[in-house]
Design a protein. Structure first.
Lengths: 114, 115
């Protein structure tokens, strides 16, 4: 069965600093991996996804993530944080072959200080 | 084009009441998912429809939870005899096709508070 672990429920960075949000997965098959962002009182918005092909995936708002099979990781990064990046971030894996539902991590709240 | 919409956005129910939560997916989307998000947690799968067929209801926490999508578009999640532990945000998502690679588009959610 697939699962996702997000290390660090809260991450704080200064505006302009590097953002690194960690995600490790467990999957018995090659995974499809996703990062979603959730702003207060809103639904989830897809930042980026990895299915096959290039392991470095670029998403919206300057975010990117790298699929590392050897480390079973899919960490999310952004070179320079902006105040508007403050939100909750969820890593998810698709439960392939079983309705393809998403299995989410517990989330990481990103705070950005001026 | 409109995204996924959900109504009501907020619902307060007294314990023991029945509630119905509505989801309007993106037009033409085949797949529809319901998730439950407890405070401070990630969303957890409840049930899945492919058109009008409910193919997976393994995540429904009890037989008090019931979902339907009779015409393959709008879906309703019904909770009977609500309990305090049912308090959560209920998210609906739709996707164009049944592939694990396809993006799921989420609605804003319905925040249910059971008092």
């Amino acid at each position: 069965a697939q699962s996702v672990t997000q290390l660090g429920s809260h991450v704080s960075v200064s505006e302009g600093a590097l953002v690194l949000l960690r995600c490790n997965y467990s999957s018995s098959v090659p995974p499809y991996l996703f990062w979603y962002v959730q702003y207060p009182n809103q639904g989830l918005q897809l930042l980026l996804k990895y299915t096959t092909g290039a392991t470095l995936v670029k998403g919206i708002n300057g975010f990117e993530a790298e699929f590392k099979k050897s480390e079973t990781s899919f960490h999310l990064t952004k070179p320079s944080a902006h105040m508007s990046d403050a939100a909750e971030y969820f890593c998810a894996v698709s439960d392939l072959g079983n309705t393809d539902k998403l299995i989410f991590g517990t989330g990481t709240r990103l705070q950005v200080f001026p | 084009g409109a995204g996924v919409s959900q109504s009501p956005r907020y619902k307060v129910a007294k314990r023991g009441q029945d509630v119905a939560l509505r989801c309007d997916p993106i037009s033409g989307h085949v797949s529809l998912f319901w998730y439950q998000q407890a405070l401070g947690q990630g969303p957890e799968f409840l049930t899945y429809f492919q058109n009008e067929a409910q193919l997976d209801k393994s995540g429904l926490p009890s037989d008090r939870f019931f979902a339907e999508r009779p015409e393959g578009s709008v879906s309703t999640l019904k909770i009977q005899r609500t309990q305090q532990e049912d308090s959560a945000v209920y998210l609906c998502a739709s996707s164009a096709d049944r592939t694990g690679a396809d993006e799921q588009y989420f609605g804003p959610g319905t925040r249910l508070t059971v008092t």
